[in-house]
Design a protein around this ligand. Structure first.
Ligand SMILES: Nc1ncnc2c1ncn2[C@@H]1O[C@H](COP(=O)(O)OP(=O)(O)OP(=O)(O)O)[C@@H](O)[C@H]1O
Ligand SMILES: [Mg+2]
Length: 496
């Protein structure tokens, strides 16, 4: 840092007291990391060293040419809060001359004695020191006295040069620290404003939007309908809403409602009394009761029967349940979250889902983005899946990443997780390459097949592989008979 042209050899011209004062100053400057404290201390030291009565540290704005008060003190360490009690003309002269200046006997000095503040405060001696930042005057320190003191001599000018330099250097340091501190706060704030969703990975735009929505809705009491393809993260969203809500310390319960017999689901949700049905050996609380004051997540809501839909409506509208086989009404205070990967609106139009329940659940819909809408999150997700499954440092090579990024991910994040789990088993030498990536290939099959027959065969073989050769499960998943599969297999085998 370049400072004014002070020659070190001039140090020998300082008096012992001045040396001591500089030493004291440098100690103060080194131990202070806040601008405000430093400025006050500097004023006090200068008042003491020069035996002055008042001291001022004024900030100078080199753009507007204005001074403003940073700290002003008396030798009794009292605060002065009025800048105008100091001579603005002398402040200006320090700036103009860009070096320390000293006036004795201001009352008889024709340059000064016409100044109002000099007259009013009967100022006799005054000295001013410029304080610089990046070679530009940033402030001025001024001390004055009503008596002409011996310390206010020309000899002091040299001392003041050193003084000014020391203060300037430490102020620059403090500015740097304060800037870093501000920058740190800004970055921290930025990080926080990205609003992490618990356990959800992803920085892409759709995920940031999702995060904002979740944070907004979490602290309300409204029911939320979470929509999105299978494996996109609906469960995680439901959990996140609970974790970020005021109910976070209460119970969170989830019930999968898809393909479960009606009576079983009903007894799970609402509970029952002893003897309500065969096998009801004792009273049992329902899950809604257990979730009282907390959150209840109804997963795959589209599949529930119309009888259960009516009962759910009652829970939502009246906040009450009746156990199976009972007549007593039990009040429950639960926040309902529901999810589906089906088009619920369409089911309403087809008369398969109650419209009133739909509107009750759909107070606030949240659409979870598919993985193909946020492919930029793939590297981060992969890194996380690897770290969660092994402590080894396994990397994904660029070709393998390109394959993942070009795929359409019908099974979303769950599918990506499975693909990485398989790749980790196959990988060697700490690297996942394209040979280790096996995608569920129906999409690829579609791309490469020429005829309907070819397509049929490829889908069948893929599906058989998926179900480890189990023909019954394969037939079920393709909605064909086992006999059809046997016939096709014969055809395929006879070709090869
Ligand atoms: N953003 C994400 N970050 C990390 N893991 C995720 C993310 N989204 C989903 N997952 C993981 O993917 C898997 C599937 O997620 P989840 O069960 O929430 O999906 P879903 O939408 O409920 O699927 P389904 O409709 O089949 O119930 C889980 O293992 C989950 O931890
Ligand atoms: Mg789910």
């Amino acid at each position: 840092m370049k400072q004014t042209s002070l020659n070190i050899s001039e140090l020998k011209n300082l008096s012992k007291e001045q040396y001591e004062a500089l030493y004291l100053l440098s100690q103060t400057l080194n131990s202070t990391s806040q601008k405000e404290t430093l400025i006050e201390k500097v004023v006090d030291i200068l008042i003491e060293v020069t035996n002055a009565e008042r001291g001022l540290f004024a900030k100078y704005d080199s753009k507007t040419f204005q001074f403003s008060l940073l700290s002003a003190r008396t030798f009794k360490k009292e605060k002065i809060s009025d800048l105008s009690t100091f001579s603005s003309q002398v402040l200006q002269q320090v700036v103009n001359q860009n070096k320390p200046i000293l006036y004795h006997d201001a009352q008889t000095n024709p340059k000064l004695n016409q100044f109002e503040s000099v007259q009013l405060h009967k100022i006799k001696s005054m000295l001013g020191v410029p304080i610089k930042k990046d070679e530009i005057i940033w402030g001025v320190i001024l001390v004055d006295s009503q008596t002409d003191r011996k310390e206010f001599t020309d000899k002091n000018l040299l001392f003041l040069q050193f003084f000014s330099n020391l203060v300037s250097i430490s102020l620059e340091k403090i500015f740097e620290i304060e800037n870093l501190f501000d920058e740190n706060l800004r970055l921290k704030n930025e990080l926080e404003s990205i609003d992490k969703i618990p356990d959800m990975i992803g920085n892409s735009k759709p995920m940031q939007e999702l995060s904002k929505t979740i944070h907004k809705v979490a602290n309300t009491e409204v029911n939320v309908l979470i929509l999105g393809e299978s494996g996109s993260g609906k469960d995680l969203v439901a959990r996140a809403i609970h974790k970020l809500s005021t109910r976070k310390n209460e119970n969170y319960l989830a019930q999968f409602c898809g393909s479960i017999p009606d009576s079983l689901l009903e007894s799970e949700l609402f509970g029952y009394m002893k003897g309500a049905f065969t096998g009801a050996a004792k009273d049992k609380k329902g899950l809604f009761e257990v979730a009282d004051k907390g959150t209840f997540f109804l997963d795959e809501i589209a599949d529930i029967s119309s009888a259960l839909q009516a009962k759910l409506l009652r829970v939502i509208e009246n906040k009450e349940i009746i156990r199976l086989g009972d007549t007593k009404v039990i009040k429950v205070d639960v926040r309902i979250l529901a999810a589906t990967n089906k088009d619920l609106k369409k089911l309403v139009e087809e008369g398969k889902f109650r419209e009133d329940l739909y509107y009750r659940l759909n107070v606030f819909p949240i659409k979870v983005p598919t993985l193909r809408e946020r492919k930029s999150d793939i590297p981060l997700l992969v890194k996380n899946f690897i770290e969660n499954s092994t402590s080894e440092n396994i990397k994904l090579n660029p070709t393998a990443l390109t394959i993942l990024e070009n795929y359409s991910w019908p099974g979303n994040v769950r599918q990506l997780n499975n693909v990485i789990s398989r790749a980790l088993i196959l990988s060697s030498d700490g690297m996942i390459t394209k040979e280790h990536i096996s995608l569920d290939n129906e999409q690829n099959t579609l791309d490469s097949s020429r005829t309907l027959k070819e397509l049929e065969e490829k889908i069948l073989l893929n599906r058989l592989e998926e179900f480890n050769g189990n023909k019954t499960l394969t037939a079920k998943s393709l909605d064909v008979s086992v006999r059809w599969i046997q016939k096709k297999m014969k055809e395929i085998n006879s070709k090869s």
